[in-house]
Design a protein around this ligand. Structure first.
Ligand SMILES: [Zn+2]
Length: 206
């Protein structure tokens, strides 16, 4: 006996939603049905927002943060930021947790990953060429290494400390203070922990 299921279109919608992080089969089904039965007709608006974001959001070629193709990068265009302070992070998503602490008003540089030999990720996979070009401009006086507190984050910070000492010895390099969740990235840290990590930053050791 064939079991009755939703029409193909609904099954396809559920399958797409299940691919999203944090959405299990039950949630995917519930969201799909809500979308289709809602009196507010949210489907066109949702589809429009998805298309708009996919087409118009890119990563800033300078700092690596999310940028709008039409309006550029908000961070790089903000002339009130302290150009002498550059905070280096692993991922674009690490910037907003740091910004929310209100403790930094400098500029950022996204590495686009971290050194991880097990995953075959080496320094050549990070945005180091772009970093060198920014530092060569001569305005940066302090670099804060805000990589994660796990093994890969530490390895990346150590590599950068050694590299910067050779290539840009005049720049003061600091590292976020301990206290970040062990083995975690910045995304999982709460505001107060991050604030303490920033204010207690120390000179990076080689
Ligand atoms: Zn930017």
């Amino acid at each position: 006996m064939t079991k009755v299921d939703y029409p193909e279109e609904i099954r396809s919608l559920i399958a797409q939603l299940r691919r999203l992080p944090g959405i299990g089969p039950r949630s995917a089904e519930r969201i799909s049905l809500w979308l289709l039965r809602s009196s507010q007709s949210p489907c066109a608006a949702l589809a429009g927002a998805l298309n708009e974001a996919a087409e118009n959001v890119c990563l800033c070629a300078v700092c690596g943060f999310f940028a709008s193709r039409a309006d550029g990068c908000e961070l790089c265009m903000d002339t009130t930021r302290d150009a002498s302070l550059l905070c280096i992070v692993e991922q674009s998503t690490d910037i907003l947790p740091l910004e929310r602490t209100g403790a930094l008003h400098g500029q950022y540089h996204v590495l686009g990953g971290r050194i991880s030999p097990l995953d075959n990720i080496g320094p050549e996979d990070l945005r180091l060429g772009q970093l060198a070009r920014r530092l060569d401009a001569g305005t940066v006086k302090e670099i804060i290494l805000a990589t994660g507190s796990d093994v890969e984050g530490e390895a990346t910070a150590n590599y950068l400390t050694a590299l910067l000492r050779t290539t840009h010895p005049g720049i003061h390099v600091t590292r976020l203070a301990q206290g970040l969740p062990a083995g975690g990235g910045l995304e999982s840290a709460d505001d107060l922990t991050l604030l303490r990590a920033i204010s207690g930053r120390r000179a990076a050791e080689q």
